[in-house]
Design a protein around this ligand. Structure first.
Ligand SMILES: CC(=O)N[C@H](C=O)[C@@H](O)[C@H](O)[C@H](O)CO
Ligand SMILES: CC(=O)C(=O)O
Length: 307
């Protein structure tokens, strides 16, 4: 009865204890994601610590994510880089590797100082992607690149081959809503998991996020309750999700999210500096707090992940 909704996990990059990439854990991770109900995978983005990996590590992981998906779920590979030449190389590589789409963060050390400059970067990477659908990745609190996303959508749509939309990670739901209106058939994916219901109310039909790696059933229930018109239930479930994320933010943010992924799904190893992860000894405390806010009531499969 419910309309379709795309819930896309922003996958972590599996690393070994010695810090090297761990290709062997990619397939178990993808198998878990497919089973958990997500409808796509976003590789090598923020959660995948893209900016902390070398180009060849990014290429190897991109290949392994595509191979492991076996066409079961589409794979979008993030290819942004401070060096536009590297970003273009990664885009061409993603095309050859068989990715379904690419996404691009703008260069963010030297920041593009105008929308024109952002569009030129996007055009360059889109053309290196040789026809692959490309998403602009808007996450201004991390990039420091505050583009007018509504204007970007309007102008990219007319001038950039392959432009498929935006991944919108900002709590500015008003701009998200205006972006959706401007985008027409293109996609504006919502990227703030702790506000998913607000995004859905504004019209989101796709969300991409880190906590969908381990809590997809909870978020799918939020969307389903909304689609069935049960706003009270949707709000109650989103409250669980929001509280769960605020527990993880209190314990260190992305490092704590990777720890939760490891403990509740597939062990994807440590984060890489400059990110840091809470120590294993902190997990029982975090787990208890997650239980208190009700996470395990809604993600039954996780409740047994006690070890
Ligand atoms: C900064 C960041 O990582 N943003 C992610 C998406 O883009 C989100 O999925 C968050 O990790 C999530 O909403 C928790 O704050
Ligand atoms: C969280 C997210 O969407 C990313 O990893 O890029």
């Amino acid at each position: 009865m419910s309309a379709s909704f795309d819930l896309i996990a922003a996958a972590p990059s599996p690393l070994a204890e010695n810090g090297a990439i761990n290709l062997e854990m990619v397939r178990p991770l993808v198998d878990h994601l497919v089973e958990s109900g997500v409808t796509g995978l976003f590789a090598l983005g923020t959660t995948g610590e893209c900016m902390s990996l070398t180009t060849s590590e990014r290429q190897s992981l991109a290949e392994e994510f595509v191979r492991s998906s076996d066409g079961r779920i589409p794979v979008t590979v993030h290819v942004g880089h401070n060096s536009l030449a590297e970003a273009c190389g990664l885009a061409t590589h993603a095309k050859l590797a068989g990715a379904d789409a690419i996404a691009m963060l703008p260069p963010c050390y030297f920041k593009p100082n105008s929308l024109d400059a952002v569009l030129e970067c996007l055009r360059c990477v889109a053309s290196a992607g040789k026809g692959l659908p490309i998403y602009y990745y808007h996450i201004p609190h991390l990039t420091g690149v505050p583009v007018d996303i509504v204007e970007l959508i309007g102008r990219a749509d007319d001038t950039i081959d392959g432009f498929a939309g935006v991944k919108f990670t900002s709590p500015a739901v008003d701009l998200f809503q205006l972006g959706l209106a401007e985008a027409g058939e293109k996609t504006v994916a919502f990227g703030v998991d702790e506000m998913l219901l607000s995004g859905v109310l504004a019209g989101a039909t796709m969300a991409i996020g880190s906590t969908y790696n381990f809590a997809a059933p909870l978020f799918l229930s939020v969307v389903q309750a909304f689609q069935e018109g049960d706003l009270e239930e949707a709000r109650r479930l989103q409250q669980v999700a929001t509280s769960m994320i605020h527990v993880l933010i209190r314990h260190g943010g992305l490092g704590a999210i990777k720890l939760a992924i490891n403990e509740l799904t597939v062990d994807c190893g440590p984060t890489r500096l400059p990110l840091r992860m809470p120590s294993g000894e902190q997990w029982p405390i975090i787990r208890e707090e997650l239980a208190e806010v009700g996470l395990f009531d809604w993600c039954q499969g996780l409740a047994s992940a006690d070890s």
